[in-house]
Design a protein around this ligand. Sequence first.
Ligand code: ADP
Ligand code: ADP
Ligand code: ZN
Ligand code: ZN
Length: 944
Amino acid sequence: MSENYIRVEGARVHNLKNVSLEIPRNKLVVFTGLSGSGKSSLAFDTIYAEGQRRYIDTFSSYARQFLGGIERPDVDAIHGLSPVISIEQKTVSKNPRSTVGTITEIYDFLRLLYARASIAYSYNTGKPMVKYSETQIRDLILRDFDNKKIILLAPLIKGRKGHYKELFEQYRKKGFARIRVDGEILDLHETIKLDRYKIHDIELVVDRIAVKDEDKTRIAQSIEQALKLGKGSFLLMEHESDKISHFSRALMCADTGISYSEPEPNLFSFNSPYGACPKCTGIGQITAVEPDMLIPDKSLSIKKGAIAPMKDIKNIWLTEKIINLLEAREYTINTPLSEVAEDHIDEILYGLPQGLTYKSKKGKEKTVQFEGIVNFIERHYGESTQAKFKRWAQSFMNTTTCSSCGGSRLKEEARYFKFDGKAIHELAQMDISQLAEFFDGIEKRLNDDQLKIASALLREIKSRIQFLLDVGLDYLSLDRPAKSLSGGEAQRIRLATQIGTELTNVLYILDEPSIGLHQRDNQRLINSLKSLRDAQNTVLVVEHDKDMILASDYLVDIGPKAGLHGGKIVMSDTPDKLSSAKTLTAKYLNGQLEIEVPDQRRKSTEKLTIHEPRGNNLKIKQVSFPLGIFTCVTGVSGSGKSTLVNETLYPILNQHIYKSVKNPLPYKKISGLEHVDKIIEIDQSPIGRTPRSNPATYTGVFSDIRSLFANLPEAKIRGYKLGRFSFNVKGGRCETCQGAGLRTIEMNFLPDVYVECETCQGKRYNRETLEVRYKGKSINDVLDMSIETAVTFFENSPKIKRKLDTLNAVGLGYLTLGQASTTLSGGEAQRVKLATELSKKSTGKTVYILDEPSTGLHFEDIKMLLAVLQKLVSTGNTVIVIEHNLDIIKVADHIIDIGPEGGRNGGELIFEGTPEELIKNKKSITGKYLKEELCQTKKNNQSL
Ligand code: ADP
Ligand code: ADP
Ligand code: ZN
Ligand code: ZN
């Protein structure tokens, strides 16, 4: 029995209510339930945490002392647990050297392939490089120089400075008679004087000989000697014409003499000094000052702010240098820059390191030496430890593609090894579907030798490419930086990589792998998970997606609601039982509950129109975002939704309203900006990074609560002010934990662990502060109160109640006011932000942008989210969301569909209009799925 099941007994982590359950092994198991019901607490904080703990227990005690102990999760027992691997979304590498190619290891296999089976070409001539053995060299010379007089030259010095007296002496003593210096053959017995500060090329004359077949042996001996003295290569000069040919045992360009060493895999690695482009050190991009940004308006004088960077910081040293420089060139700080000569502007920008001596107005001799504004800024960018200066410097810098490697990150030589006509970086630039085409049938295009070396490697490469295609990532390329991937993309790459490792008997835990994926690609993802299962693994997925739930072998539904109203298993069975079950999930899936489609779509009068957005793959002529209504941007993954909304529209608005630094991706123009006065992006990132922030502080309701406490008679008598009730400043708080209520224990390699403060027992405040009570509760009791309780508790304080009401209205009544923001789920954080927005006075001209707000949300959560969004719209605001979730798409007033496919086959505007119009559109993939969804909803309506 035990080997067929994983048995959890008595789990009590977070809100779990002493839960026990059996999970069948080697099945695809879905955990579902409302956001905050306890899915992650069970899947990650109990099962995965216990797996990790047992894994670390197997390490030597020596290793464990570096890892730190992991506490046992609050669970009685877990039986039948196999090794656990979690495939999360958060673990995206921020390292600029990490790419899709490196994390999938495909690039590593390619490097090996190129080291072993590629053909080298000369970067000077583009012709194949040659490589000869000594016998081949001899035969070539006998053939090509028959009956000619030739001179064999062994290269000693290539392009280096020096007088080389000792060198000449050394070879004269060895009995050599002649030497070729900078193209001229000289007698070694005469004094040779070289300019030691000039660059020289020096070759030793090894032999002068007329090529004849009967002299084979002598020729071979001389070749051997020339190769030895020339360290593997030599030059051949024809006596008559002085024409030079190059020969080498290494890879060599026969025309120009450049040679490559034998390729090793690290030659193709941009993370190795052997392969990296020396200019950008393998990053592919260079961040440097953009001179155009420094002088936006030449009609101004420096005093009036002609040099933009000098307006933003007051640096006395810099100002003095500039004044001196101007004085030296006979200008003043009041001269408009248009009257300053170009050369002199260049001195201001790029400096004059030699210095300049001049007579000042007072007749004194002065010297000014200056590095130039450009270097000044770059120095501060590179060296300054102050964030303020770094930011200042950065605002005048631009990141551009490295001109030396063209963004390929590789040094020149590495880019001239080709496999079936393509260099390695060309393969890295292809999207995965193109790459699959390239490798399709490659075996037929290779010769026998190549095939023998490459076939095993090709198998690995091709199967990994197939896994990426299977998880719907055909539009990515291997050179795509890992840090630019979305969480869902990164997770699916890790999934593809795991399938490639062919492990068995593992428990995989995944958190919403459907995020970022279009409905169309769901089936492929489900198939990948099933193939992981079919390889004898248990696959446990936390998921809300209908298709995934229905495709599972086993379903665990957690609820009935969230937080303290959740934490129980409400269903644990095969999904076919959903039709008769009574849980919220079941009701949504069997049609008893549903998210309703509004009868009418709102119309807008004003709009924002972007003309010719051109970022990444976009090929749109113009696209309009209607204002004052609810718009959904849709399209398959990689079609260009984020490029349009997050990388173009949002930064445009942000620059317009807040003068932010980040540039939008290219576009021609935008109209309608006058109708917007605020832009807010609401994502699922934590509302604060420390346990000190919580829903009460974030929404601002805590200041109101503090002032209520400070106004209590008891507080007045004691002279307690507002600050006394803050846990962020000295005075009223517990000083041991500085008001956190927790002590942080830093763990090497693992996230920080928090334990209750022993001085205040987690109460955050000192005893005196806690003696002040409102309706019998201390300020800390209030922080421990759930929001729904607090609504009633503060019913006589309208200002406080109004803010709490909004939190309650977005379905967060179960959270406590003081729950540390680090423990909120992404969906909870998102709703705290929305609630805060709702409680503000609306300007009616605000644009809200949300990227996949359905992440982590159950049908019921989505219903609440939609209610909040509709409320924001009904007060005149604009809501723009990127979504794949059909329940959200179907209620939008307006849809912008991008596609038709991802990557280079996407980026077009397929459709703009209402959902009803979209489903008539034949070209739209989204339209096809929306049609099914809307028909389904209609059917349900009729049957009710
Ligand atoms: P789900 O994964 O179903 O969205 P979670 O398991 O993340 O839900 O959370 C269940 C409940 O436990 C929620 O009310 C959440 O706020 C709470 N919770 C999560 N992490 C912690 C924590 N570290 N400390 C206290 N409460 C937590
Ligand atoms: P969506 O949001 O619809 O999933 P994206 O806007 O993220 O699509 O991507 C559109 C195209 O642009 C894809 O081909 C993607 O690979 C490419 N792309 C997106 N971000 C970057 C980036 N930082 N660097 C290079 N290409 C990118
Ligand atoms: Zn470069
Ligand atoms: Zn304390």
